[in-house]
Design a protein around this ligand. Structure first.
Ligand code: SAH
Length: 395
């Protein structure tokens, strides 16, 4: 697992590394000593031979994703130290070590100095996702370090990288348990219970990144008619019910999601007749809806997965928000989000601004929302910022 090849950079290309930027682009490479295969650990040296970093070799425009800027082995002690630092950060943020909350993101890639790796903790199960071949090849070492670190707190580690790895065909990886076999699928977020479908669910099974935004929604819910569009597992719906909403409607085009939201409402508020779930396309539902809603959530999937899809994505956000703004009751509140990494805060705000203009409603921004503290952004890697949201007051 230790470097067999060395990447020598062109003169002057060491500067971003000296500032701790975690990627090396292929254009910065002068020559390669050895014959690195995708996913191998390589050393990076400046033109004058100075050691700069050690990281995973990749094929493509990002040539190396840096694991460490120190000349030290990438071994069990290394992984355990990184994971331990991540866990300490979660404790200080206040999402770990609590009675009423046992799900959180433990590792957020570059944001935790572990590029290409995501680990979410759901109760006694960890779900691990590799976004690089290097992390895929290190998966068993990562599991060993994680179970060593969290010892009696974990029963299982589920590996879920079937759809997140590049060149996946040649790796032959499958989703499956790398440790234990996880019995029980319920985890707790801010005192509310959720079934987590890590086997078949989207991403790692749940969207932990909306935790704080759901709490804010709860505060706005009392006495309101709530419409949760793109509800998936119904996170926002369950918080709205606890917050005292008089009616909550959850909408998702996937029948599986509707089953999940119903199960989660039942888990927390058995027999509660304030909730209904509808399997329907969001645009169709908004066009045809008759009920007056005064609190609406729009949390669609990423409209732009890549930069080239940006223009269409922005049009999509405008169209969706315009529809919601046209229909919301006067005095209504709209929580609107974008999780597309390719769309930045200003572009999203502009798309919503255009929607407000189209709808001819008087709109004010009450809150500007983002990803929570367990999804930290490496300051040298602003690309790690992806979730943004606005809370609007609509007259
Ligand atoms: N708000 C959710 C996460 C949403 S994920 C949460 O807090 O957990 C996006 C969801 O949008 C998925 O469940 C997907 O099934 C749904 N979806 C995608 N396209 C849709 C469409 N056109 N209409 C309705 N739902 C859609």
């Amino acid at each position: 697992m230790n470097p067999t090849s060395t990447i020598h950079l062109k003169r002057g290309k060491e500067e971003s590394l000296l500032r701790f930027h975690p990627w090396i682009f292929s254009g910065a490479v002068h020559h390669i000593e050895g014959n690195p295969q995708e996913g191998d650990i390589v050393d990076v040296r400046a033109a004058d031979g100075q050691f700069l970093a050690r990281g995973h070799w990749q094929i493509g425009s990002i040539a190396v994703r840096v694991l460490t800027f120190q000349d030290r082995p990438v071994d069990h002690a290394f992984w355990k130290e990184r994971l331990s630092a991540a866990l300490d950060a979660r404790r200080s943020i206040g999402v770990y070590g609590r009675e009423d909350n046992d799900m959180f993101r433990l590792v957020h890639g570059e944001g935790d100095f572990l590029p290409g790796l995501v680990i979410d903790i759901y109760g006694r199960t960890a779900v691990m996702q590799a976004h690089s071949v290097g992390m895929h090849l290190c998966r068993q070492q990562l599991v060993d370090a994680l179970t060593d670190l969290m010892d009696r707190q974990l029963d299982a580690v589920y590996y879920k990288s079937e759809t997140t790895l590049p060149f996946k065909a040649s790796l032959g990886q499958e989703n499956g348990f790398l440790y234990g076999d996880g019995n029980g699928d319920v985890a707790r977020e801010n005192g509310l219970l959720f079934h987590i479908d890590w086997l078949k669910g989207q991403k790692t099974g749940f969207f932990v990144d909306q935790r704080d935004n759901r709490s804010l929604l709860e505060q706005y819910s009392r006495g309101r008619n709530v419409l949760n569009m793109f509800c998936y597992t119904g996170g926002f719906s369950v918080y709205a019910l606890r917050g005292g909403a008089c009616k909550v409607t959850s909408v998702d085009s996937s029948a599986k999601a509707i089953e999940l939201v119903n199960a989660n409402v039942e888990l927390n508020f058995p027999g509660d007749t304030r909730h209904e779930a509808v399997a329907e396309d969001a645009f169709k539902f908004l066009s045809e809806m008759k009920h007056p809603y005064d609190l609406v959530i729009l949390d669609p999937p990423a409209f732009a997965k890549h930069k080239d899809a940006l223009k269409n994505a922005l049009r999509g956000y405008t169209k969706l928000n315009a529809k919601a703004l046209e229909k919301i009751q006067p005095g209504g509140i709209l929580f609107t989000f974008s999780c597309s990494q390719a769309v930045n805060k200003d572009q999203f705000r502009m798309a919503v601004f255009t929607a407000a203009a189209i709808s001819h409603r008087r709109v004010r921004i009450l809150h500007q929302l983002h990803q929570p503290a367990d999804h930290p952004i490496n300051i040298y890697h602003p690309e790690g910022e992806y979730l943004k949201g606005l809370v609007l007051y609509v007259e």
